[in-house]
Design a protein around this ligand. Structure first.
Ligand code: UN1
Length: 509
């Protein structure tokens, strides 16, 4: 299935993974073989960057920035508008490729491309709204205001689970802000990145955008390390595991650069006694099994009021029995494969740890075998009754393992929800206004995202996306997340014929 799509994007079976947006470099790093978890077939072999390829790209990007930063922001927005149009035209192909290379359902593959289109639209509007404040000076004949300037090179390190959308949240905003971007996609999903690079290349060529505004540097961990330690890169935006984020954050911090981190979650839904249980069921099941539990916003924990615990877990068990697991390109299936065999092993090891630590399974897990499951990456979504304090429950396992636990009072439920190292997404299902507002208050959820009567996953691009604690503190996408991609400059202008000093200081010569 992949060949026609690869052709549509002009990607060959052996392809350089390093581009300046105009030229594909003769990449001399290791081969990255992209294998689909859907059917274990090779999609393409992508050559990664070595250090000299990387330095060559940095030099082109630095040069491009000198020009791009002077393009008026609305003109840069017009380029992003055209990228949105190109993505609309390629939605079918790109959505399929995402589904095939990453393994998420076709619906979710299209949904991911839709997120890209949405952020393009958002960024176009933003390109005319990069507002700074003006202040009243304390001195006569003075004016004070602030303006926002681009930073320079934005490095984007993205993860396999949203192989293209997360890059677009970063790059579309970074571009309208006047930055140039260098993308290191996940080595598990390099082909979707090649497709995006091709789409942007065409738009940029038609508009004479300088070479180096959109760069791709495919590679492994070492490329991320080069970026993190590189003083020529003022901003590194990284999405992935907490372990990866800690090392990127430490390296960028050591050189006092900026890091925008979007790391792991351990997201819970509190199911109140006043919840609409039918609505809760959809939110909880989609949150737990959607993308085979491989979203950073996936629902990992359900904290259920003791009075509805039996009724709700019975509904869950029934719903899980109806889940169809299989080829994600077949729209009848709800759940596709995990990304690779390492992920399957992590899933199996977590299940073992749940058992060792005292958990009991309401729905058993396991690896599926037989026709259609030859890639060995298809696993059964499972549900375990646990205590929040178990070590394994405190960790994020990127797989469809759902933990259920009981509570008696709302303060107890909120404490459980907060009592994990991560702080990305959270939700309460309740029709009780007091409970909802307590959950949203300063004494409520400690997460970057807190929802009422909506699950933990599937955030819209219009809000700021990200979380607290080990999730890394970064905010991407909507609201005023754009400010992370710019530097603020405070300007004070004296239009009087005197030089009064601030704070009333007298200094006469
Ligand atoms: C991620 O898993 O890294 O909120 C991003 C959501 C999606 C994005 C998830 N819009 O689930």
């Amino acid at each position: 299935m992949a060949q026609d799509i690869l052709q549509a994007f002009g990607i060959s079976a052996q392809q350089s993974g390093v581009s300046t947006g105009k030229h594909w470099l003769n990449a001399s790093g290791a081969d990255i073989v992209s294998v689909s978890p859907v059917d274990d077939k090779t999609i393409a072999t992508v050559k990664s960057a070595d250090r000299s390829n990387y330095d060559a790209v940095i030099a082109v990007a630095q040069e491009a920035f000198r020009e791009w930063r002077q393009w008026p922001a609305p003109r840069r927005g017009e380029i992003v508008r055209q990228i949105g149009e190109a993505l609309r035209a390629h939605k079918e192909h790109l959505g399929r490729l995402v589904s095939y290379e990453m393994g998420k359902s076709l619906q979710e593959g299209y949904g991911e491309v839709q997120e890209m289109i949405d952020i393009c639209d958002f960024a176009v509007g933003l390109s005319r709204q990069l507002y700074g404040l003006s202040m009243h000076s304390e001195r006569p004949g003075h004016r004070m205001y602030e303006q926002w300037h681009p930073l320079g090179i934005t490095a984007i390190i993205s993860a396999f689970n949203f192989p293209v959308a997360v890059w677009s949240w970063n790059s579309m905003l970074a571009w309208v802000c006047g930055n140039v971007c260098i993308w290191k996609p996940s080595e598990k999903t390099p082909v979707t990145a090649l497709a995006c690079q091709r789409i942007v290349e065409t738009v940029f060529a038609a508009n004479n955008v300088p070479e180096g505004v959109c760069c791709l540097v495919t590679g492994g961990r070492e490329v991320g390390e080069w970026m993190s330690n590189d003083h020529r890169i003022p901003l590194v935006s990284a999405t992935g595991s907490t372990r990866m984020g800690k090392s990127v954050g430490a390296a960028v911090g050591a050189r006092l650069g900026r890091a925008l981190l979007e790391l792991g979650g351990n997201n819970a839904i509190i199911v109140s006694k006043d919840a609409d249980l039918d609505m809760t069921l959809i939110g909880a099941v989609f949150g737990a099994v959607g993308t085979a539990g491989q979203r950073c916003t996936s629902t990992r924990r359900l904290i259920i009021h003791e009075s509805v615990y039996d009724a709700f877990t019975a509904k869950l068990v029934k719903a899980y029995a109806q889940l169809r697991i299989g080829n994600p390109l077949d729209e009848k299936n709800h759940v596709g494969p995990l990304i690779d065999k390492d992920a399957v092993n992590a899933y199996l090891s977590s299940i073992e740890q749940v058992k060792q630590q005292g958990g009991t399974f309401l729905v058993e897990g396991g690896v599926l075998e037989g026709p259609g499951f030859e890639s060995d990456c298809y696993v059964k979504p499972c549900i375990a009754a646990v205590q929040n304090s178990y070590d394994i429950v405190q960790h994020e396992t990127f797989a469809p393992i759902l933990y259920v636990m009981k509570y008696q009072t709302l303060p107890e439920a909120i404490a459980m929800q907060n009592d994990v190292p991560q702080g990305l997404s959270s939700a309460i299902m309740t029709l009780n206004l007091r409970e909802a507002e307590q959950f949203l208050s300063a004494a409520g959820s400690d997460c970057g995202i807190a929802n009422v009567n909506i699950g933990t996953s599937g955030a819209e691009i219009g809000g700021a996306f990200g979380g607290e604690k080990e999730t890394g503190g970064g905010r991407e996408s909507g609201s005023d997340a754009w400010k992370a991609y710019m530097r603020r400059q405070t300007n004070t202008i004296n239009f009087s014929d005197k030089l009064p000093l601030a704070q009333g200081i007298k200094f006469d010569l």
